[in-house]
Design a protein around this ligand. Sequence first.
Ligand SMILES: [Zn+2]
Length: 199
Amino acid sequence: MPHTNLQKLISVPGIGNVRMTKKAGALRLRISVSPRRGVTVTLPRIMPWSAGISFLMSKRQWVEEALRRQELRQRMAVQDGKTASVPDDPAELERMRERARAILVPKLRSAASQYGFSYGRIAIKNNVSNWGSCSTRGNINLNMRLILLPEHLQDYVILHELCHLRHPDHGPQFHALLDSLLGGQEAVLSRELRGWRII
Ligand SMILES: [Zn+2]
């Protein structure tokens, strides 16, 4: 069975539970810290567990800081009351993604035809780094959490990404185009969107 992954759960004082995973395709040791999945160490299949553990120990300070930063961000978000997060349960997560696809794709499609944009493909993502993005090939990614936002902010993010099809940067021409499509409301909407946190 060449593709099975091996897993091991260890507990490290100061860090908590750490999932160790031996992955068939992994070329090097890797640590990831995620608010939903916690701390994971990925090892190449042939490496002994002890190598993963000593790697983790050598990066311990970084891991502790990353965990603290994430906790702080979540706490701030909860205080603000405007948070966009996804369910932990994988089945529920997939249901939410399908709901997001059903809502966001038609919105993007109709905004594109209304303003004469043509794009590549649309993907609905589960990421915490942005609400949306547009690649140089004209493919648009939208964060599934957008459906938790008021509808005018969903439309705002979609128009923002569509404008990147003409201007890939955030330069003056980009903002002029976006602002004109929004009837001069770009600054107001962008401020409102910044009040929301992705967690
Ligand atoms: Zn942008």
